[in-house]
Design a binder for this molecule. Sequence first.
Ligand code: SF4
Length: 164
Amino acid sequence: MQTVKTVAFHTLGCKLNFSETSSISRSMEQDGFIKNGFDEVADVYVINTCAVTESAEKECRQIVRRIQRTNPEGLVVVIGCYAQIKPKEIAEIPGVDLVLGAAEKFNISKYIHEISKGDSTKICSCDIEDVTGFNVSYSIHDRTRTFLKLQDGCDYNCSFAPFH
Ligand code: SF4
């Protein structure tokens, strides 16, 4: 088992993703990870993707290449809406180690401890219809306003409740 200490996040898309990244990073810090900046060397890099843009895959590839230039040994984990919709396409991007779906991303620490760099890419994702749990997410300190997630998944009409 690999000892993982540092994690860095890159978030694409809307406020939903920013609030989820914020919640996931807090839970990983509680699990013992130390959060680094995305341009720093880290043991794990998490890319929280958006599926709306037509260039989602290209964007994801570019970010993975950027990670590989910073730290070729860093574990690359892809989560978010594009990971839920096209997990196999993402798994084929060289350098990606783990793809997590909408339900699985909230257990990211557990999945990370099950893999090592050099293993074949792992996909853990169920159909969105089979996602029964709802994970409350909120961003805090990352942006000037705080956002609370009200629903999972993207209907291109994302719901948020800004609170002050
Ligand atoms: S909820 Fe929609 S807009 Fe937001 S990150 Fe996901 S695909 Fe993109």
